[in-house]
Design a binder for this molecule. Structure first.
Ligand code: SAM
Ligand code: SF4
Length: 469
């Protein structure tokens, strides 16, 4: 792959962002209310509006923003949480991102790439716990070519085991060229996720000193190339702690607007991971712009309100208490039962820590997370139906099609949750889960739909699987 930035121009207006953050400070309550109302009316916010929300410091106005985000989530998306797990395929890397345990100069990292057999074992271990959706993660290295990525995704799809199989694979890997994206698309991936890390170009140059990732423009253009290759299900993200978080949120918004304006479709998901400690990586222990818990909550709420149609991902990097709280403000997907070392699911050894990218904040099992979710009234969902029925961009559907959540998402969440409970859960999760399914089914307003869901649940109890709308 030849990296070329000829003809590329950044669409991140650094000076304008700085000016907006400054000029929009101290918005009065009436303006904050108007902006929240616009978002609740399902309109994406403009940069000056997002800047105004970001700059709010008054505790009461901040509370208003949190409430607005909570209301938007409840109104549009309801109480489902989609679950997935990361699968690390290999940690070889030619880049030197200063915050990452996999960076080339990290001598403490034990390098490893799953063999074909190990990949099957990892997949089986995940299937065995009940997972249906994965994100496969790769370092950046010539051995992880588009063909290799496609082959490994296919291996995962082909692995049927015990009572299940993986039904949707998303990717987090280096940006490819258009041809490379086409190759990966051909095996039927879900979302292709690339984080810009920081949208501040100067900071980016300092923190990515070596390798192909040192080109800010090549990375920024990555999702454009994916679109050109026909992948319209894309995830954007920024790694929080590298630069001012308000600037990064503005960067995410400008990226969103750029994709909307260029391709008529915005990002499918937005991620905003905070930097976690990583072995042999001092920078990650002391990130220069650490985001406090207080700011993190505010940030999640502002992102929710700014791009009401997108999915929002919160990973197990975050500790349990934070996960529990910010879920209220618009999170649609979380990972659970995650391991982030290469080969960890099937064979954890004493070297595992040295093959891991960073340290997780939430190490509960999938079953424990599901138990807690159900107890709190969330419906855990393993739904892959839109993707498999060719309805691409499920979040857009949820958002744009009136009644879509009631007709598709909630019933599918209930069915996939029931499948999990029958096949994989512990007795205590089964008890809490069945009670939730019963009460949620009873709440379905449409008589025909309620009956149809009850019928499908009965078929499932009788042994049928993989039922969806
Ligand atoms: N190598 C590919 C890349 O860099 O795009 C994809 C895999 S990389 C392992 C996935 C993401 O992990 C990166 O985009 C970065 O945001 C995140 N990451 C790296 N170091 C981290 C750390 N110390 N804490 C939290 N996230 C980190
Ligand atoms: Fe390599 Fe990605 Fe880690 Fe950078 S973030 S060192 S590219 S694995």
């Amino acid at each position: 792959m030849k990296i070329s930035t000829e003809g590329l121009k950044s669409f991140i207006p650094t000076n304008t962002i700085n000016e907006l953050i400054e000029s929009q400070a101290h918005a009065p309550e009436s303006r904050v209310r108007d902006i929240i109302a616009k978002s609740l009316d399902k309109q994406r916010l403009e940069p000056d509006e997002t800047a105004a929300l970001l700059s709010v410091s008054d505790p009461e106005l901040k509370q208003l923003i949190l409430q607005g985000a909570h209301e938007l989530k409840e109104r549009i998306y309801g109480n489902r949480i989609v679950l997935f797990a990361p699968l690390y395929v290999g940690n070889e890397c030619v880049n030197d991102c200063v915050y990452c345990g996999f960076r080339i100069s990290n001598k403490e990292c034990v390098r490893s790439t799953l063999s074909h057999e190990q990949l099957i074992e990892e997949t089986k271990s995940l299937v065995e716990t009940g997972h249906k959706r994965l994100i496969m993660v790769y370092g950046e290295h010539p051995i992880y070519s588009p063909e290799y990525i496609a082959e490994t995704v296919q291996t995962v799809y082909d692995t049927k085991y015990s009572k299940g199989e993986i039904r949707r694979v998303n990717i987090n890997a280096a940006p490819l060229d258009v041809e490379g994206f086409r190759t990966v698309k051909s095996v039927g991936i879900g979302t292709y996720q690339i984080f810009q890390e920081t949208y501040h170009e100067e900071t980016y140059a300092r923190l990515h000193p070596r390798g192909p990732k040192s080109s800010f423009l090549w990375r920024l253009d990555g999702l454009d190339r994916a679109m050109k290759a026909g992948i319209d299900d894309l995830g954007i993200g920024a790694l929080m702690g590298l630069y001012d978080w308000k600037f990064e949120v503005m960067g995410l918004l400008y990226h969103t607007i750029h994709l909307e304006q260029t391709f008529g479709v915005g990002p499918h998901t937005i991620s905003f991971p905070r930097i976690e400690p990583a072995i042999g990586t001092d920078f990650a222990n002391h990130p220069p712009h650490r985001v406090s818990d207080e700011d993190f909550k505010h940030m999640v709420a502002v992102i929710r309100l700014s791009v009401p149609y997108t999915g929002m991902i919160l990973t197990a990097r975050e500790p349990i208490a934070i996960r529990d709280e910010v879920m209220r403000y618009g999170i649609s997907q979380i990972d659970a039962g995650s391991s982030i070392g290469v080969g960890d699911y099937s064979s954890k050894d004493e070297e595992s820590r040295k093959k891991s990218q960073f340290v997780l904040g939430d190490t509960r099992s999938l079953d424990d997370v599901i138990y807690e979710l159900a107890k709190s009234g969330y419906i855990p969902s393993f739904c892959t139906s839109c993707y498999r029925a060719g309805r691409t961009g499920e979040h857009f559907m949820e958002f744009a099609v009136p009644g879509f959540v009631k007709r598709f998402c909630t019933p599918n969440a209930l069915l996939t949750f029931a499948e999990y409970l029958y096949d994989f859960s512990s007795p205590r999760t089964l008890a809490v889960g069945m009670e939730l399914i019963e009460s949620e089914t009873a709440r379905i307003e449409d008589d025909n739909m309620r009956q149809s869901v009850r019928d499908k649940l009965a078929s499932m109890k009788a042994g049928q699987r993989d039922l969806y709308y």
